[in-house]
Design a protein around this ligand. Structure first.
Ligand code: AFP
Length: 455
């Protein structure tokens, strides 16, 4: 008889035992985190049981309310939110709670306050409830940095200040994945014991994966780098196999698969949603925290996701997260120094060559303007060294070069000649513009597409 294997099977590491073990590494710890976590675990067990019974108990269906994002709330959303808010407040270890379902943060009454702030989405992916697809709870935990009255400012902090994050997935099994900042561990609920048991110790995401996960129905509204990346997944030019597409539309399920199998999950910005769809505090941050702890990366399209500093509790951000090398590829596409970034001449609309001469004329003598344009064109090998071209031919070649850049169509829709009297540049239609000065003029640039226009 294999006693050792037997012992292994009977020596069950429950989530509480796991956290107590962790706690014992910090002699000054008073067990507050363990108490907080047990209350989160209780909420997860309750929601798991409610989700399992949903079909039978008629918990699905509209509750007749809409949440603050204007989405229809389901009964299960309402129930899950109530359960978590009550479990967290009654733990006596929290001061500020932010839930996806509540417009305002909950500031816990003084007699029940503790040193933690919890941001959470009690039931993410709720549009999947009715068809029994995996859904989940996502949470992130901050500590209060002072003893004064709690305010929402206490959670408007970058994700890299979170002390723990996790999710619970209500799927074919109920799994809680947790990081307290020292790696990622996965616990599966044993329904007969009612305990989460450590089943996936020290989860590491594969360095590179062969799955990409995105809502491709939004493709017509994506920007250049996103379109280019997804094209690369489907039609790799380096001889590597094409990636498979998997998309549930439930972040917990999509991120869970990404964590275990590798690859990339993206919810990018698009024309309709310039900040993406997913919420920074209780979707982007906790999942980014877990990804980094598992050896992956999370990127917003501009910077490391965990370095974002949210200004509002329900703020959204684009997100690209997953295997280290897959996210590196996205970053390379977005980098301003990337050779794929179109230069100024290629960002201008099709009658650009003349317009750009005019534009430059307002700042430079005409000879400098022409020399500048020649240099820009030569850098892109549009004109051979001995060629002498008419402006119309130059314009035609520029237009063709522009079209080779996937982001060009997107860009054109977004930019219109500026209507302001005396201005000679372009405005963003999106309203997502940053203004800055070039010479004596104010130039408006679109959020991401045209960031290189400053060059
Ligand atoms: P719901 O809670 O409305 O189902 O939204 C789920 C979610 O916030 C996240 O879990 C998914 O990753 C994402 O939205 C799916 O969004 P799309 O339906 O736009 O693909």
């Amino acid at each position: 008889m294999d006693h050792e294997a037997d012992a292994y099977r009977t020596d069950l590491m429950t989530i509480t035992r796991f956290v107590l073990n962790e706690q014992s590494k910090y002699p000054e710890s008073r067990g507050d985190f363990t108490i907080l976590l047990s209350n989160i675990v209780l909420g997860c067990k309750f929601v798991c049981s409610a989700v399992n019974k949903a079909g039978l108990a008629k918990l699905i269906g509209l509750a007749g309310e809409t949440n603050i994002q204007g989405e229809e709330q389901k009964k299960l959303d309402v129930l899950s939110n109530d359960v978590f808010v009550k479990a967290l407040v009654s733990s006596g270890r929290t001061s500020v709670l932010v839930s996806e379902e509540d417009e305002e943060a909950t500031l816990v009454e003084s007699s029940k306050r503790g040193k933690y702030c919890v941001v959470f989405d009690p039931l993410d992916g709720s549009s999947n409830i009715d068809c029994g697809v995996s859904i989940g709870t996502i949470f992130g935990i901050y500590t209060m940095s002072h003893n004064d009255e709690p305010t929402t400012e206490d959670v408007l902090k970058p994700g890299n200040e979170m002390v723990a994050a996790g999710y619970c997935m209500y799927g074919s099994s109920c799994m809680l994945v947790l990081s307290t900042g020292t790696g990622v561990n996965g616990f599966t609920l044993d329904p007969s014991l009612g305990e989460f048991i450590l089943t996936h110790p020290d989860i590491k995401i594969p360095k590179k994966g062969n799955i990409y996960s995105v809502n491709e129905g939004n493709a017509q509204n994506w920007d250049g780098p996103t379109t280019k990346y997804v094209e690369k997944c489907k039609f790799p030019k380096d001889g590597s196999p094409a990636k498979s597409l998997r998309y549930v539309g439930s972040m917990v399920a999509d991120v869970h698969r990404t964590l275990l199998y590798g690859g990339i999950f993206l919810y990018p910005a698009d024309k309709k949603s310039p900040n993406g769809k997913l919420r920074v505090l209780y979707e982007v941050f906790p999942m980014s925290f877990l990804m980094e702890q598992a050896g992956g990366q999370a990127f917003t399209g501009k910077k490391r996701a965990l370095d974002l500093v949210p200004e509002k509790i329900h703020e959204r951000s684009p997100i690209f997260l997953g295997s280290y090398e897959d996210v590196e590829e996205i970053k390379a596409l977005d980098s301003p120094s990337s050779p794929t970034t179109p230069p100024l001449s290629l960002l201008l609309p099709d009658y650009n060559i003349l317009l750009s001469i005019l534009f430059l004329q307002t700042h430079f003598p005409i000879s400098d303007a022409i020399a500048e344009i020649d240099a820009m064109l030569a850098r892109n090998s549009l004109i051979g060294e001995d060629e002498e071209l008419m402006p119309s031919e130059i314009s035609r070649r520029v237009l063709m070069a522009q079209k080779r850049y996937i982001g060009y169509e997107t860009l054109r829709r977004d930019m219109v000649p500026c209507q302001k009297p005396g201005a000679s540049y372009y405005d963003c239609r999106s309203g997502q513009a940053n203004s800055y000065n070039r010479g004596c003029e104010t130039i408006t640039r679109c959020a991401r597409d045209t960031s290189d226009i400053t060059t």
